[in-house]
Structure formats: C-alpha cells, structure tokens
Design a protein around this ligand. Structure first.
Ligand code: AKB
Length: 317
C-alpha cells in the first residue's frame, strides 16, 4: 500500500500519472491541484483531491498529514518557453516550491520524485550521447531551475536522508493532456494537425534533433525509479532516460507513411528554436539501464501508430 500526493495532478504528466498510480496502488492517491485547474471527470471521481499549491507549504503539510502520505510526486513547473517569459515565477514554483516539498518530506519522512529534463543541459554539453555526468550549464531559466532542483534534491538526500529520486524527461508525447509552453510541444501538435487534416506549421527548424518519449514509457519510468532498490542506485537526481530522437522531417515522414497527404510548412519560432539548439540531440541513458533496469517500450513507429489511432478516436475522425 502507498499513500501518494501528486502535486500538479491536472497537468500534462500529472493527469495520467495520478490515474496510473490509482490503478497500481491500493492506498490514497491524492490529486493535488491549484485553484483554476481543478480535476474533472475520472480524475475527480476516482480518488481524493485537495488544493495544494506548491508555493504554500502549509497546504502541502496538511495534505501529507491528512492522508498519511509516504511519497510525493512533485510535478509543478512552468515549461521552457513559458519560463523564459516569466523567469521569476518559474524560479518561485520550481525552487521555492521544491524547498517547501523537501522540507515537508524531511519532517514527515516522505520520498520525493521531482522530474528534471533534457533542458538541464546547455550548449557546452556533448550533443550526441550526452553522458549522465557532464557539464550542465543551461542558458534558460527552465534549465537553471532543473539543475538547481537536481542539486537541492541530492543535498536533501545526503544531508537529511530524504529519499529523493528523479529522471531527466525528454519531450513527452501524449494524446490525453496537451503540454503547453514547452519547446518540444511541436511533436504533440503535429499529430493533432495530421489527424484533423490540417497543414502543420512547424515552429522548430528542420535538422533540429531532440530526445522525445511516449507518455506510457515516461509514466513507467516515474514509478519504476521510485520502486528501485536504493542499494543499486549510484545516482539519484537525476537519471538520463531516452527512447527516441528525431527532427521535424523525420516525424513528418513517419506520419506520412500512415497519412500520405499530410503537409508541413516551417514557421520557426525564434525563442523555441534557440532553446532547442541549446539542448542535446540524444542522451546516453546507460546508467538508468544499469542501475534500475530502465528500458523504453515505444519507438517512433509504434508511438506514431498508437497516437494516430487514439487521436482519431478522440477527435471522431
Ligand atoms: C519543454 O519542452 O519545456 C519540456 C521539456 C523537454 O522539459 N517538454
């Protein structure tokens, strides 16, 4: 049995992770939300929900006490492009919020998962096969909060024995909840355009490679890392994980294998393009594979088949 608090439960990852945790564990899986982003439908009806704003330490502590929470999934964050426009808010949520979570976890003995990202690397990290341990000097506020979050989480593990763990997520692709404000969002939006029969305007230039992952693999990673045997973990915050890397031409070509008249034109967004160019092309995830048995199940082909099928059903196409 596990009692889990998911902070940011109505976001892109949270909405699916909360439901998966409810299917896998018998305890209370609490959907933490902020005002204006309340859970609806199955998420609201299938388990407890509570207002938990990550910037409000009292709300976090109350939820943890009330539900005897042993594990916190901290999914509150502004994605990379939005964070560049609101850097102070990105820091407030990403770091002041994280300190709140870590302090409650220290006092109440909770384990904590806080995702990092490919965005924690900057232009001077090796671009291909980016190693687990290498230079992390991001040029974005999103990346600054991710690197700081990794260091802070490791600090709480070493200094106070808080069981903090994390993975560096690639761009996540899902047909359930849209991301919003990320640099990798185009790889979700392209499927919507293809299924709707629209011409896709791509904000990222041809030849720009980034790591991507299908949501079912990402959810499994978030659960498996928290269940991993701690004695086998040499790293904690945060593990490189990878499953596929492509540029806009490759994903468009893959979609055309299924929808031959799909059209894409380029309308490059300078902000997103500069962020994408500062990120790795492809991470090396050997340490995750060796330390806790990480293995992705989806590649571009199997993800594309599933995305097109599920989206066609959802959009009635
Ligand atoms: C973003 O694009 O900001 C995120 C990420 C890669 O962390 N999807």
């Amino acid at each position: 049995m596990k009692n889990v608090l998911v902070i940011g439960s109505t976001g892109q990852i949270g909405s699916e992770l909360t439901m998966k945790l409810r299917h896998e564990y018998t305890g209370d899986i609490v959907a933490g939300y902020i005002r204006g982003a309340e859970p609806h439908g199955e998420l609201a009806e299938s388990g407890p929900a509570m207002e938990v704003d990550i910037t409000n330490a009292t709300q976090i502590a109350e939820a943890v006490e009330h539900y005897h929470v042993d594990t916190i999934y901290n999914l509150a964050a502004l994605l990379s492009a939005v964070a560049e426009n609101k850097p102070q808010l990105a820091w407030h949520i990403g770091i002041d919020g994280l300190i709140n979570v870590l302090e409650v976890a220290r006092e109440k003995h909770c384990a904590v998962f806080t995702p990092s990202s490919i965005g924690s690397f900057g232009p001077n990290a090796p671009k291909d096969g980016t190693p687990q341990d290498t230079i992390q000097q991001p040029r974005t506020m999103y990346g600054v909060t991710k690197v700081t979050g990794e260091l802070l989480s490791n600090y709480y593990a070493l200094k106070f024995g808080v069981d903090t763990r994390s993975v560096r997520f690639p761009g996540l692709i899902s047909y359930v909840t849209s991301p919003g404000g990320g640099t990798t969002d185009y790889a979700v939006d392209i499927y919507y355009s293809a299924v709707k029969g629209e011409v896709f305007k791509c904000p990222i230039a041809a030849g720009t490679f980034m790591d991507m992952m299908y949501m079912p693999d990402a959810l499994r990673a978030a659960i498996e890392i928290m269940e991993a045997d701690p004695d086998k973990l040499h790293h904690r915050n945060s593990f490189n994980i990878a499953s596929m890397s492509f540029d806009p031409e490759i994903i468009a070509g893959k979609i055309r294998e299924h929808i031959p008249d799909f059209e894409m034109v380029y309308d490059v967004d300078p902000l997103r393009q500069s962020i994408a160019e500062s990120w790795p092309n492809r991470l090396d995830d050997t340490c995750a594979r060796m330390e806790w048995g990480w293995k992705p199940e989806y590649d571009l082909e199997t993800m594309t088949i599933d995305m097109l099928d599920k989206l066609a059903r959802r959009l009635g196409k």
